[in-house]
Design a protein around this ligand. Structure first.
Ligand code: 13P
Length: 222
């Protein structure tokens, strides 16, 4: 009987449907997870693999441990579960991870561009540039390791020739970060097309990073 962690699984389902409404994912692309239960049990609720979000039900949202062993849910977890696991293992501040194939972020990921701090929110909310991770084959621990290496202490990355991933101290925050990455990627693509990319001055970015780090430290303490 799939009845544990229903609140978190419902949240995952709702965020999946919201991402699709926003046009940040399509059909079943991308994946969404949130930590559940006691930290020592290393559990997450995560979207099932290949299930169209329009049809997704709460019971189908999987709960698995960090090896992918099923705990709840009627379907197998996302094929990108190692990406989610690797971020949870590296980052105690992170409660939720979202991976999308949103268009402008994917354009930058295909180009292999790191997105610099073009507008204030990049450093304030995401911690600095949105770096493009080295390419990793989808669904592998290699992709996950390269993603974590590019993420460092920030909140979003581009996955080369693939898409993006963002994390947050809650699912709401991770969703906001996905929207921000897509908006900033769009600005960057257009500014590059105009031939006029002016990044924020280094002293401004440094002040914004300081603000970011203060919040991050509070989130790390939990
Ligand atoms: P899943 O359906 O297995 O989550 O995979 C979707 C995806 O976007 C892979 O990168």
């Amino acid at each position: 009987m799939a009845d544990r962690f229903l609140n978190e699984r419902r949240q995952v389902m709702e965020v999946a449907k919201e991402l699709e409404r926003l046009g940040l994912v399509a059909v079943s692309s991308g994946n969404i997870s949130v930590r559940v239960g006691d930290r020592k049990h290393n559990l997450m609720a995560i979207t099932p693999t290949s299930k169209p979000y329009a049809e997704l039900t709460v019971d189908e949202v999987a709960v698995v441990d960090y090896e992918g062993e099923p705990v709840e849910g009627d379907l197998p977890p996302s094929s990108e579960m190692y990406l989610h696991v690797a971020i949870y293992q590296a980052r105690p501040d992170v409660q939720a991870v979202i991976h999308t194939h949103s268009i402008y972020a994917s354009v930058c990921a295909v180009a292999g561009w790191d997105i610099p701090p073009l507008v204030d929110e990049v450093a304030v909310y995401l911690g600095g540039p949105i770096k493009a991770a080295q390419y990793g084959f989808p669904g592998t621990r290699d992709l996950a390791d390269k993603a974590v290496a590019a993420l460092e202490d920030r909140k979003a990355i581009l996955l080369r020739n693939h898409g993006m991933a963002a994390c947050g101290a809650s699912l709401t925050e991770a969703l906001a970060h996905c929207r921000l990455v897509e908006r900033v990627a769009q600005i960057y693509v257009h500014a590059r097309n105009l031939g006029a990319v002016n990044v924020l001055p280094a002293d401004v970015v440094e002040k914004e990073r300081t603000m970011y780090l203060m919040k991050l430290r509070a989130q790390q303490k939990g």
